[in-house]
Design a protein around this ligand. Structure first.
Ligand code: MN
Ligand code: MN
Length: 315
């Protein structure tokens, strides 16, 4: 394992001290030499209700100080075989959503040129659109595992094509993702029309509403998802509001009746074996997260995502 970056241990520096990088990993300015680059995007100018996700990367990094190197459930040892570092935040233009999208796209083009997989700390749910554009240029058409309370396939929001409720309609229209290799898990709540969740279904995608998840393990579902995704490149995007607000209250558009943290773990762990080219956790809004539980949950979900990246050793 020598030569791989290791998280700063709790016996080297108290967990509440030291640099607040993601998982206490070393930081570096570019993705050079990495297998997985951890990237923050402090962006929340696409939100439609409560803002604050701009503080997500900083808070999730802070709360990630309790992440230890080994996964005691799956025996994943991500830092034994992958070179991982925190490459900091994308310097978005918080006064201009379109310019920010351009900046994120260009940043990911540069990151992906190093041949890395990415783990992104959001930020609101607008950010997968520019990420998927860069991913598509690198990998071709992608499969998508989208965990969320919301479908995020609005035609527009207040007349705008780019917002946190539109990214996956744009991604499908632009051919970035194949709707037949797309699954949405956890959708629920009230809609504008009774058919809001049918757009993806009508294109051949799978939509698993929250009610189908209630009271059950999602491990069998993920077996079906793996078959749906096949061997091609897959992107995983996890909107923290997929979880019930009892578990993850610190988010902009909470909906009752959501997934449990256990089901969230089953989804992420069920991605093992897929050709994951990138993953994110978005929509954590620290101003609405006084206990820190939402950021802690996001930090551990991101660790679990790292634990299912291709190339991870299991002990
Ligand atoms: Mn979303
Ligand atoms: Mn959502």
């Amino acid at each position: 394992m020598t030569g791989y970056n290791q998280p700063l241990g709790g016996n080297q520096m108290p967990r509440f001290g030291g640099p607040a990088t993601m998982m206490r990993l070393p930081s570096q300015p570019t993705a050079e030499g990495l297998d997985v680059a951890i990237v923050g995007i402090p962006f929340d100018i696409g939100t439609s209700n409560r803002s604050g996700a701009r503080f997500g990367p900083r808070q999730i990094r802070a709360e990630s100080c309790m992440v230890r190197p080994y996964n005691m459930a799956t025996r994943a040892a991500p830092f034994d075989s992958l070179q991982v570092a925190d490459i900091g935040d994308v310097a978005i233009n918080t006064f201009n959503i379109f310019d920010s999208i351009r900046i994120i796209e260009e940043a990911y083009d540069g990151i992906l040129a190093h041949g890395v997989r990415t783990l992104t700390i959001g930020g609101d749910h607008t950010i997968p659109l520019p990420i998927l554009r860069a991913m598509h240029r690198r990998h071709g058409t992608l499969g998508l595992i989208h965990v969320d309370a919301h479908a995020d396939v609005n035609e527009h929001m207040f007349g705008e094509k780019i917002a946190h409720g539109t990214p996956f309609r744009r991604a499908i229209e632009e051919g970035l993702i194949d709707p037949k290799r797309m699954v949405q898990i956890g959708l629920r709540g009230s809609g504008y029309t009774a058919e809001d969740f049918d757009w993806v279904r009508d294109l051949g995608g799978r939509v698993v509403q929250a009610e189908e998840c209630w009271h059950r393990s999602l491990t069998p579902l993920m077996e079906e998802v793996r078959a749906q995704m096949g061997d091609g490149p897959v992107y995983l995007t996890f909107d923290i509001d997929a979880l019930d607000p009892g578990f993850a209250p610190g988010t902009g558009t909470p909906e009752i009746g959501g997934l449990t943290t256990i089901q969230g773990l089953e989804i992420v762990r069920g991605c093992r074996g897929l050709n994951l080219v990138g993953a994110d956790c978005v929509e954590v809004s620290p101003p609405y997260d006084p206990s820190g539980n939402t950021a802690i949950t996001a930090a551990f979900l991101l660790f679990e995502m790292l634990c299912v990246m291709p190339g991870v050793q299991y002990r």
